[in-house]
Design a protein around this ligand. Structure first.
Ligand code: ADP
Ligand code: MG
Length: 358
C-alpha cells in the first residue's frame, strides 16, 4: 500500500485558502517529500473579502516542510493545522507516551532569524506558567533540532475565524458560550499581569461544542503601572488592523483596555459576521477605528438584546476610560445577561459537504 498522507494546508489569516499536498515516503525511515496534490488552491471570493482586512503581512506560504522529515525530536508529525507569519503549526504525537500535541515550528527560512526566535522564546516564557482551561498550555521550547519549535496542548479542530466563516447564523447557538469562555480566558491572561495585544478570532481555538482556548502570546507585554503607562508608548504598531485599538494606532502606552477594545471587535464579529470596521485601504480602516462609531449590533441582528449590544459598544469606546475597566468586569456582565432575545437553535444536521468548501 502507498505510504501517503494528504495534508490540507491553510493560512491562518486566510482560512479559505486551502492547498492540498500529498506527503509520500518510500519507506518509514525516509525523509518525506511533498508534492502538490490534485485539488490545488480553492479560493472563495466572499471569504477573501471578509478576511483580507485582518491580513498583516506576508504569510509563510512557501512550503518547506519536506525539510523537516516525519519527526521533530520525539514528536511524529501528523498534519498541518495552521500557519502564521513565520511558523507552521502541526498536530503531532509524542512517540513515547502518545500525547497528542501541537508543534508551532519556525519555517526554515526563519529558523535562524533572531527576531522570530526571540518572539518564540517570549511566547514560551509568557505561556509556560499558565494553567487555565480557557488558555492553551505551553509545554516546551526546543532549539536543538532541525527547526526551533514550541510544544503546545493541541485543541481544535479550528480557530474561531474559521468557525465564523462557516456563517454566523450557523454558529449563533454557540455564540454566548464562545464569548463567555473567550472572556474568561482573556480575564485570566490579564490577571497574570499580561496584555495580549493581538486579540482576534484567529487567536482563539474552538471545538464543535463551542469551547474556546486563547493562543498566540508572541506579542504579549507586561502590564505597566501608572508611571510606565505615562512614559511608555512609542513602540511600533503591532496587532491586526481589523481589531486594533485607537491607542495602539496612536502608539500610546497600552493597558488591558486595549485588549478589551479588540475583544469588542471580536464579539461584534461573532454576532455580525464581520468586524465593526472595514476599509478598502489601511488608512480608511485605521481612521474608522479612530473616528467612526460602530454599527449597532441590534440593528444588524434584531434578536440581539440591547444590554449586550450596549456592552459591545462600551468595549468599542474610543477612549479607554469609557470602556469596562477589566475583563473580569466584562466576564461578570456577560454571565449576568443574555446575548439573544430568543435562543438560536443549532442548525439541522446536513448531509453532504460543509459550507465554505468547494
Ligand atoms: N495549540 C494548537 N492546537 C491546534 N491548532 C493550533 C494551535 N496553535 C495554533 N494553531 C493553529 O495555527 C494557527 C496559527 O497559530 P498562531 O499561534 O496564532 O501563529 P502566529 O503567531 O503565526 O499567528 C492558529 O490560528 C490555529 O489555527
Ligand atoms: Mg496568531
Amino acid at each position: 500500500m502507498t505510504n501517503s498522507v494528504e495534508i490540507q494546508f491553510f493560512v491562518s489569516e486566510f482560512p479559505c485558502i486551502r492547498i492540498h499536498f500529498r506527503l509520500s515516503r518510500a519507506s518509514p525511515n525516509d525523509n518525506s517529500r511533498l508534492s502538490p496534490g490534485g485539488r490545488g488552491i480553492k479560493l472563495k471570493r466572499s471569504a477573501i473579502a471578509a478576511v483580507s482586512a485582518s491580513f498583516t503581512g506576508p504569510s509563510s506560504v512557501a512550503i518547506s516542510v519536506a525539510q523537516l522529515g516525519h519527526y521533530l525530536g520525539p514528536y511524529r508529525l501528523s498534519s498541518i493545522v495552521g500557519a502564521g507569519r513565520a511558523c507552521q503549526v502541526w498536530e503531532a504525537v509524542h512517540e513515547g507516551d502518545s500525547r497528542r500535541v501541537a508543534l508551532k515550528v519556525l519555517v526554515p527560512q526563519h529558523s535562524h532569524d533572531s527576531q522570530q526566535l526571540n518572539l518564540m522564546r517570549h511566547e514560551f516564557e509568557v505561556g509556560r506558567g499558565f494553567d487555565h482551561p480557557r488558555v492553551i498550555r505551553t509545554m516546551e521550547f526546543d532549539t536543538s533540532r532541525q527547526a526551533p519549535y514550541l510544544v503546545l496542548e493541541f485543541f481544535g479542530p479550528q480557530n474561531l475565524k474559521q468557525l465564523i466563516l462557516q456563517g454566523v447564523d450557523q454558529i449563533a447557538y454557540l455564540a454566548p458560550k464562545i464569548i463567555e469562555q473567550a472572556a474568561d480566558g482573556l480575564a485570566y491572561f490579564h490577571r497574570q499581569g499580561w496584555i495580549h495585544r493581538d486579540i482576534k478570532p484567529n487567536n482563539f481555538l474552538t471545538n464543535a461544542e463551542g469551547d474556546v482556548k486563547l493562543i498566540d502570546f508572541a506579542l504579549a507585554e507586561r502590564r505597566k503601572g501608572f508611571l510606565g503607562r505615562l512614559f511608555g508608548g512609542g513602540s511600533k504598531i503591532q496587532g491586526t488592523r481589523s481589531y486594533i485599538s485607537p491607542e495602539q494606532i496612536r502608539r500610546q502606552a497600552l493597558d488591558q483596555r486595549s485588549d478589551i477594545y479588540s475583544f469588542g471587535c471580536m464579539a461584534h464579529e461573532i454576532i455580525a459576521g464581520k468586524a465593526p470596521f472595514t476599509g478598502n485601504t489601511d488608512n480608511e480602516l485605521l481612521t474608522k477605528h479612530l473616528k467612526s462609531g460602530p454599527p449597532p449590533l441590534e440593528g444588524i441582528n434584531s434578536n440581539v438584546r440591547p444590554e449586550f449590544s450596549k456592552l459591545v459598544r462600551q468595549m468599542l469606546a474610543k477612549e479607554p476610560a469609557e470602556r469596562p475597566e477589566s475583563m473580569d468586569e466584562v466576564l461578570h456582565a456577560v454571565k449576568s445577561m443574555r446575548v439573544f432575545r430568543t435562543n438560536p437553535a443549532p442548525p439541522k444536521a446536513e448531509s453532504g459537504g460543509r459550507k465554505g468548501e468547494g
